[in-house]
Design a binder for this molecule. Structure first.
Ligand SMILES: CC(C)(COP(=O)(O)OP(=O)(O)OC[C@H]1O[C@@H](n2cnc3c(N)ncnc32)[C@H](O)[C@@H]1OP(=O)(O)O)[C@@H](O)C(=O)NCCC(=O)NCCS
Length: 144
């Protein structure tokens, strides 16, 4: 499915929260950066949130802050496995690059389905940081 990714507009938060609810997660559509994937009718089908002013405090960050923190990516179950999530991550990383950020990280939610989330992030180009103490380390992508 072809989607466009754009910044969220005011009045859209409720629709994004409904998508999260349908997807079975409690993530809130907030954060400094809130991107929305919309269908041809400009209806939201997924969203990504985070910040470009983060500092990952653990071991393994490849470059100093500022870091991009990809806090949540959520796609409506009716539109999953169609590349929408990948488009959202790609748009978030591209926007981070434009903001002068060189590394974007995500923290895999360790609730049920963590392996699928890690596979998704890996498919988007994120790799685990070297952190032997963590079963599910933070994953990040260097922007070249
Ligand atoms: C994780 C999530 C955002 C993925 O969105 P999506 O639009 O379905 O993902 P994409 O179609 O772009 O998938 C890209 C690739 O990621 C991998 N992937 C995606 N979902 C996967 C899953 N459930 N299991 C295994 N691999 C998966 C695949 O390699 C996929 O490529 P393929 O379909 O060609 O095999 C979506 O399942 C979701 O909203 N889940 C609930 C919220 C959540 O857990 N978010 C992630 C943590 S913030």
């Amino acid at each position: 499915m072809r989607v466009e990714v754009r910044s969220s507009r005011s009045g859209e938060r409720h629709a994004l929260a409904v998508i999260a609810s349908r997807a079975g997660v409690a993530y809130a559509p907030d954060g400094d950066v809130l991107l929305v994937a919309v269908d041809r009718s400009d209806r939201p089908v997924g969203w990504a949130s985070g910040t470009f002013g983060a500092r990952y405090p653990g071991p393994g960050a490849p470059i100093p802050a500022p870091h991009g923190y990809l806090q949540a990516v959520v796609v409506d179950p009716a539109h999953q496995r169609n590349g929408v999530g990948r488009e959202l991550v790609s748009a978030f990383v591209a926007a981070a690059a434009r903001a002068g950020v060189g590394w974007v990280f995500a923290v895999p939610d360790e609730d049920q389905g963590v392996q699928d989330r890690v596979r998704f992030f890996a498919a988007c180009g994120l790799v685990p940081v070297p952190d032997p103490d963590e079963e599910w380390p933070v994953m990040g992508i260097l922007i070249t």
